[in-house]
Write a new protein. Structure first.
Length: 119
């Protein structure tokens, strides 16, 4: 099982980045996918989530209207389009896959990709 994030980097305030998370080794299309982030000294927080078929999304308040999550089940990839970036968006961004079946929960994490927004 692998989740491999890419697309992070250094960007100026107001810029954009597109993160990708490529999945392998599990039934990607049956998992809900999310992006989390963790800034230095802070807890990991949910940024955005999308259901397995892509029919529903939700976003943390700080990123609403600026970030967009999407997925391509044929490519086994989830994306996070980040626009109007702010210094507070600086963090390591992690991809997460989760599937709940009854009392069983299966979850996978990527290794993270650094996003740094400079002012």
């Amino acid at each position: 099982v692998q989740l491999v994030e890419s697309g992070g980097g250094l960007v100026q305030v107001g810029g954009s980045l597109r993160l990708s998370c490529a999945a392998s080794g599990f039934a990607f299309s049956t998992y809900d996918m999310s992006w989390y982030r963790q800034a230095p000294g802070k807890e990991r927080e949910l940024v955005a989530a999308i259901t397995s078929a892509g029919g529903s999304t939700n976003y943390a308040d700080p990123v609403k209207g600026r970030f967009s999550i999407s997925r391509d089940n044929t490519k086994k990839t989830v994306y996070l389009q980040m626009n109007s970036l702010k210094p507070d968006d600086t963090a390591v961004y992690y991809c997460n896959a989760v599937r709940v079946a009854g009392i069983l929960k299966d979850t996978h994490w990527g290794q993270g990709t650094q996003v740094t927004v400079s002012s």
